[in-house]
Design a protein around this ligand. Sequence first.
Ligand code: ARG
Length: 246
Amino acid sequence: ASLFAADFQLWQKSTLNSILKNNQLRVCLEPGYVPFEMRDKHGRIIGFDVDIAKKMAKDMGVKLKLVPTAWDGIISALMTNKCDIIISGMTITQKRNLKVAFSDPYFLVGQTLLVNKKHSNVKSYKDLDKPGIVITTKLGTTGEIAARKLFKHATIKTFDSESAAVQEVLNNRADAFIYDKPYNELFMAGKGKGRLIFLKQDLTYEPLGFAINHGDPDFLNWLNNFLRQIKHDGTYEKFYNKWFRN
Ligand code: ARG
């Protein structure tokens, strides 16, 4: 009997149980990471992650509440119960994984470079690791981690948003912007077209996952089964084609 009591207690403490009781799934995310989460012209938050979150809430039978949260406070927001889950294009890193638990990966990215046109001779990131070169990225991201690791001799400048960081290169105040490939690919299809050089080579290996609090096997189990299902029943493909193929 005591074993059942322990299992029941675990379930009672599960975030999944509180989501069902509150009839609401609260998702922390930071708009700006195109096309995963961004604002449309009416200010509504849309994107690939948002469609996944909507489907998640639908399958749970609860309402969805998006909680826009600044990137450098997003893990502490989860840990202090401002939301139930982070769905925000977050790379599963071993360091973050010490603070939060991650679902299985739902996407794979790598860091890539958008380079100022004046460096038309540049073939590899190594050509830019020199004193006097300015590399920009977004504060607190894996872009910053990669920048500090790969560009030991250059100057690293971090910004609160991806758009401000890449704009520095367009405005000739920086030499290159380092960031996740999907963002850079879309930037090159729009504003960056003909104005920047895209070095597509992946400089890092970065699986993205949903982050939840530690100690919640029931919630983690639900998420991984949800992921497997949408990856094989056409749902994931539909969202992928909507946001990544145009
Ligand atoms: N994948 C990168 C990281 O985990 C960038 C994610 C930024 N996400 C966002 N919603 N702004 O650091």
